[in-house]
Every structure is written in structure tokens, then in C-alpha cells.
Design a protein around this ligand. Structure first.
Ligand SMILES: [Fe+2]
Length: 140
């Protein structure tokens, strides 16, 4: 399994969001790593749990700032987050029901990583550009 790695092309130009994306990549890598090496189920469950919790924290941060700064793309962006929230909880349900299966590992490998990268490049960048245009900087 290839680990995801942060690079400057992923920067949305907002320190707070970039640092959360970096952290998300770390959590992603440990969840994917635990699944691939078929580590004990307690470890897999906890890495998936961290990934989900952190995703929620990160989305909540983005959504809070989009609302606070009257971002016109808020509704669309939030709808996209909702979709990923559903997908992630579906993955956890699959895991809880069937344990580690090939489709689960594939979803983590392809869907999640592509989702992350595309989301950052296409969707989060727009929000970053908006903040820059408006001269807004985020603190927390
Ligand atoms: Fe986002």
C-alpha cells in the first residue's frame, strides 16, 4: 500500500486548513496501514475511529468558518461533506459486520484517498481562494 503524502500542491493557502489536512493524511495512513497489515481488530477499530473523529472535527472547522465568513459555496460544500460522513460510517458498519474484507480495503485505498485529494484540490481550494480574496485569515 502506498502511503499518502502531503505536498505543496495540496495547499489551500490557509494554514489552519492545511495543518488539519496533514493530520487527516496521518490518520488515513495509520488506518490504511492497520487494515493492510491485518493488525488486530482492536487496532483496526481504533484507527478507523480516529479517522472518523478527526474527519468530523475537520469538517466542523471548515463549516464553522464558511458560515462565519458568509461563504457563498457553503451549502454545496456542506452537502459534499455530508456525503463523505455517510460513506465513512458505512465503511465502519461494514467493518463491524464483516471484519476486514477486500472490498473494505479497496474502498479505503481508492475511494478515500481519491476523495481526499480531489476534495482538497477542487473544493477546499475554492474556499481558500475566497478567504484570500476577502482578506480573511483563520485562527482556529
Ligand atoms: Fe472540505
Amino acid at each position: 500500500m502506498e502511503k499518502l503524502q502531503w505536498n505543496d500542491n495540496l495547499s489551500v493557502g490557509v494554514e489552519l486548513i492545511d495543518s488539519q489536512h496533514k493530520k487527516w493524511i496521518e490518520y488515513y495512513n495509520s488506518a490504511a496501514g492497520a487494515l493492510h497489515s491485518m493488525q488486530g481488530s482492536a487496532r483496526i477499530a481504533s484507527t478507523l475511529g480516529f479517522l472518523i473523529d478527526y474527519t468530523e472535527e475537520h469538517f466542523a472547522t471548515e463549516e464553522k468558518h464558511m458560515q462565519e465568513h458568509a461563504y457563498p459555496g457553503y451549502e454545496d460544500h456542506r452537502a459534499i461533506h455530508q456525503e463523505l460522513r455517510r460513506t465513512l460510517s458505512g465503511l465502519v458498519e461494514d467493518y463491524e459486520e464483516d471484519g476486514v474484507t477486500n472490498p473494505l480495503v479497496d474502498s479505503i485505498d481508492t475511494f478515500l484517498r481519491n476523495w481526499l485529494i480531489n476534495h482538497i484540490i477542487e473544493i477546499d481550494m475554492k474556499f481558500g481562494a475566497y478567504l484570500e480574496e476577502e482578506g480573511i485569515s483563520l485562527s482556529e
